[in-house]
Design a protein around this ligand. Structure first.
Ligand SMILES: *[C@@H]1O[C@H](CO)[C@@H](O)[C@H](O)[C@H]1NC(C)=O
Ligand SMILES: *[C@@H]1O[C@H](CO)[C@@H](O)[C@H](O)[C@H]1NC(C)=O
Ligand SMILES: *[C@@H]1O[C@H](CO)[C@@H](O)[C@H](O)[C@H]1NC(C)=O
Ligand SMILES: *[C@@H]1O[C@H](CO)[C@@H](O)[C@H](O)[C@H]1NC(C)=O
Length: 469
């Protein structure tokens, strides 16, 4: 993927400042402070900074986000001291009280951009005495292109999800042109003009692509899709070989795509405390017999769907570990927890990566968030998808129709019938067996990619070079 012409392309990109000594280099890192965006950006930047001790890094996020990310004293990162962090204004009005959904806070933040970042960056430049030579940002921040141009710096936006969802945002204008601006009633309409996406339907598209296109989030993603062609390089938390068709289409629009993931393999994971002894419990079960359930850190499916899933597990007699958000006594059918005390485990928090790597886990119920999909691939576990929003429906479509390492549910929701059917397919049919072999192949490809001289490892070296030289 990394060709000589591309190499020349970025080597001729504008360089910062009057002198090119590395100790004059100053990398500004701009984080999106919501959801699971800032942590992977920070872990990527830590790895780069550790390789380039003479380069200064300034990390920008909101106070709340920085407090969750850094526990070091002062404003230095405790792991890589060359990363200094700065708070940017969160845009919230004085005295704002957060209601239930984070959407409001996100909108205020988007409204405050990019001035809030600009102000904090001015402080960092002043304090360090070094102009910014490279901007590493969340890909959402379309204004990175303008900043970079004004500062004579490079722009490296990180896309934290898969290449297929990036394709949708880069080709949003085309999609709108072909489908019209209004989703209307035709949700089942197929979207057949994008390569690498068989069986894609209008209802799989993320919100804001063709409906509600004027909202702050939709506008941000649309601008991002248009600006990415100006980026020096676009790193992605994925690995080569799972996206070849889609990537070749993206490469027409982007100067340089760099698969540098999966981050769960490239970043040392802290051993998570297993307070409910999930792993010891798994040791007592047969290979591929256990159902693992997690809908991520922010989603709780509606009560009737939770009930349908619970009934299916109980009736099918499937051993399970359920990472459950909220109070199971309130949200699951009466007496379920008591009756299934020996069959399964309902826990508030589970060491997901270790669980998925355990040989007794046979399937994972997931919302199909990208990080969870990668966890399952690296664990070699086929998936049953119940997607909710954002890129989740696209991911589910890839799992089922392109990669054949997961299935969706009939009508997209958990009913007793759809759940039983999906469980039987994966746990006891020949198709399920083939799916497991397929996901094992994906796992091997991921492991190879991050090994020395693997594609992700080599791309990472390219990325270091771009960011720090
Ligand atoms: C930083 O940039 C400004 C304006 O572009 C320039 O005048 C100044 O000399 C630069 N400073 C350093 C240390 O390179
Ligand atoms: C980076 O950290 C090392 C070790 O703490 C220190 O010696 C060096 O001066 C730092 N470099 C910069 C650019 O801050
Ligand atoms: C279970 O899986 C592990 C790891 O793949 C394997 O070493 C072991 O032989 C398997 N056990 C049985 C009974 O098949
Ligand atoms: C790295 O991989 C390439 C292509 O797969 C191969 O040609 C080359 O010999 C490898 N280099 C090393 C040092 O293993």
């Amino acid at each position: 993927m990394f060709t000589l012409s591309r190499l020349k392309n970025w080597m001729s990109a504008p360089k910062g400042g009057p002198n090119d000594n590395n100790d004059e280099k100053h990398v500004a890192v701009l984080a999106f402070p919501f959801g699971t965006h800032a942590p992977p950006l920070l872990s990527l930047v830590r790895r780069i900074a550790a390789e380039a001790p003479v380069v200064s890094f300034s990390f920008f996020s909101t106070k709340k986000s920085n407090e969750a990310l850094f526990s070091g004293s002062g404003n230095q990162d405790e792991f890589v001291p060359n990363i200094t962090y700065y708070n940017v204004h969160d845009g919230l009005p004085e005295g704002f009280v957060q209601s239930g959904s984070p959407a409001e806070a996100i909108h205020f933040f988007i409204q405050a951009m990019p001035e809030n970042f600009k102000n904090a960056m001015d402080v960092a430049v002043k304090e360090s005495g070094k102009n910014i030579t490279c901007l590493v940002t969340d890909a959402f921040f379309w204004f990175g292109a303008d900043f970079a141009e004004k500062m004579h710096a490079k722009w490296v936006p990180l896309w934290t999800a898969g290449a297929h969802s990036l394709l949708i945002h880069v080709f949003t204008d085309l999609i709108r042109e072909k489908l019209g601006d209004n989703k209307g009633a035709d949700n089942g309409k197929s979207v057949d003009f994008l390569p690498g996406f068989p069986e894609l339907e209008v209802s799989d598209l993320p919100e804001g692509v063709i409906d509600d296109i004027n909202g702050p989030f939709a506008t941000m993603l649309h601008k991002m899709g248009q600006a990415l062609s100006l980026a020096t390089a676009v790193p992605i938390n994925s690995f080569a070989s799972i996206h070849t068709v889609i990537e070749s289409k993206l490469e027409v629009k982007c100067k340089l795509l760099l698969n540098v993931g999966p981050f769960i393999l490239t970043t040392p994971q802290r051993m998570m405390y297993d307070e409910h002894s999930c792993l010891a419990w798994l040791n007592k079960h047969e290979n591929y017999s256990v159902v693992y359930i997690s809908f991520g850190s922010s989603i709780v499916p509606p009560p009737h769907e939770l009930a349908a899933l619970a009934e299916s597990l109980e009736e099918g007699g499937y051993p399970f570990i359920w990472a459950f958000r909220g109070n199971p006594e309130e949200k699951l059918p009466n007496g379920f927890a008591e009756r299934t005390k020996t069959l399964g485990k309902i826990v508030a928090w589970a060491p997901q990566i270790e669980i998925l790597k355990h040989s007794s886990v046979g399937v994972c119920f997931t919302h199909s968030g990208w990080n969870s999909v990668l966890d399952c691939i690296v664990g070699g576990v086929p998936m049953i998808s119940r997607p909710f929003f954002g890129d989740q429906r696209l991911n589910a479509r890839m799992l089922e129709s392109v990669w054949h390492i997961g299935v969706g549910l009939e009508n997209g929701v958990l009913t007793k019938e759809s759940t039983m059917k999906a469980l039987e397919l994966i746990m006891s049919s020949e198709t399920g067996k083939i799916m497991r072999q397929k996901v094992e192949q994906f796992k091997e490809a991921a492991l190879q990619a991050v090994e020395r001289n693997g594609s992700s490892a080599n791309n990472f070296n390219t990325l270091i070079e771009i960011v720090t030289s």
